[in-house]
Design a protein around this ligand. Structure first.
Ligand code: ADP
Length: 383
């Protein structure tokens, strides 16, 4: 071959190689494959890698050509393959029919935790390529389920006072000629109306709590001062049952938050301590500052020597509408929502509420909230 022809051929091959290099990309896996490789541009590969959810590009032989960073931990892939036969089937159907497909699958987490529900979507891209995207729907399903349970519980709870009101209205009609009976039934109607009112207020309070962030409009709050207001509200009630309220102050125990919410949380705890103690009991409220490895905290504890809560019921008392003894809760106008409200308020303020209790001996509920360090807030003193 003459040097001229050789160099002309070299130029042609070079141009061809450049053209191929510009238009055709092969993944590492395909480069060694004997079959014709699919075309995956680096741009597509990078796009898939950076997708926020779990996504993968699947080749004509069901191999993974590209995957997003979170795809490996999603449970859909196993190495270079699809982990689930049903997803493989979905991918093959999409490729064959040239139609997108959707499938919900449950993926075990393998950590003894509940599995995950994934919505897997596949779209054929041509050339045997299929794009797979898997959305983790577990959280959305859990929220839906909680909402459904809540609506069912609310409906059930509302039926009791509404049913009672309707019966009492009938009783009043029947006793129209007996003024004493009418007065008696009217009195009971007003008790039921108060219950209904309390229940609706608590439901509204809980739903407001779930949709608002108290820290957005937070102010410094001195817990001693809030407790002054709370205890003033219960002195008469406690006195009428000879329940002694004692307290230990802690000046300078300041937190940041929504004052009305903190007051509501402490009110619920004090109200329960009085309601679930027998006449002549003692309710002690103390505030203290705590410094530990997790930071600076302010703790408000409400202790009683009342009926106490069994070990098996303790984890449940913070659930909405849970009551150990429905009759006793109802007798003091309880709704079963108080402690779930306290738990929400604590969490929304970056804190916790914990419980120590022994059946027949009493209970201590402790609200623990992040302490406000004087140097972190320039807004001034306690609210
Ligand atoms: P309720 O409106 O019924 O008081 P809560 O959510 O405030 O609802 O409390 C849930 C349940 O936890 C109560 O019904 C009661 O059985 C139990 N409980 C709460 N506080 C105390 C306490 N200090 N001592 C004993 N039992 C309590």
């Amino acid at each position: 071959m003459s040097p001229l022809v050789a160099s002309a051929l070299g130029v042609v091959l070079g141009v061809l190689a450049t053209l191929l290099g510009l238009t055709v990309w092969r993944t590492r896996q395909q480069a060694s494959s004997p079959d014709p490789a699919p075309l995956v541009s680096p741009a597509l590969q990078t796009t898939i890698e950076h997708l926020r959810g779990a996504a993968a590009l699947i080749g004509p032989h069901d191999e993974i050509l590209a995957e997003s960073h979170s795809a490996a931990s999603s449970g859909v892939l196993r190495g270079n393959r699809l982990a689930h036969p049903e997803v493989l089937e979905l991918v093959r159907d999409a490729r064959r029919e040239a139609e997108p497909g959707v499938l919900n699958i449950d993926v075990p987490t393998g950590l003894g935790l509940p599995g995950r529900r994934l919505a897997v979507r596949v779209s054929p891209l041509g050339d045997g390529l299929v794009l797979l995207v898997a959305d983790d729907r577990s959280e959305a399903l859990r929220i839906d389920e909680t909402r459904r349970d809540f609506v069912a519980n609310v409906t059930h709870e509302l039926k009791t006072p509404i049913g009672a009101l309707s019966l009492l209205a009938e009783a009043i009609t029947d006793a129209a000629d007996d003024p004493d009976a009418v007065r008696h039934f009217a009195g009971r109607m007003s008790t039921e109306t108060e219950r209904l009112n309390e229940l609706i207020s608590q439901i509204i309070a809980l739903s407001r709590l779930q949709s608002s962030d108290p820290l957005l409009a937070a102010v410094p709050i001195e817990l001693d001062e809030v407790l002054n207001a709370v205890l003033d509200q219960f002195r008469e009630q406690a006195g009428s049952r000879r329940i002694t309220l004692t307290r230990q102050r802690c000046p300078g125990a300041v937190i940041r938050g929504d004052r009305s919410q903190i007051e509501a949380a402490l009110r619920n705890l004090v109200q329960n301590a009085i309601a679930y103690s027998d006449a002549g009991a003692r309710v002690a409220i103390s505030v203290r500052r705590v410094h530990d490895a997790t930071g600076d905290w302010v703790e408000a504890s409400v202790s009683d020597n009342g009926i106490g809560i069994s070990d098996s019921d303790q984890p449940r008392v913070f659930e909405r509408f849970f009551r150990v003894d429905y009759g006793r809760s109802r007798a003091h106008g309880g709704t079963g929502l108080g402690l779930s409200i306290v738990k929400h308020i604590a969490a929304a303020h970056g804190g916790t509420v914990s419980l120590w209790s022994r059946l027949g001996q009493g209970s201590t509920f402790t609200l623990r909230l992040p302490a406000l360090r004087p140097d972190t807030d320039a807004e001034g003193t306690a609210a």
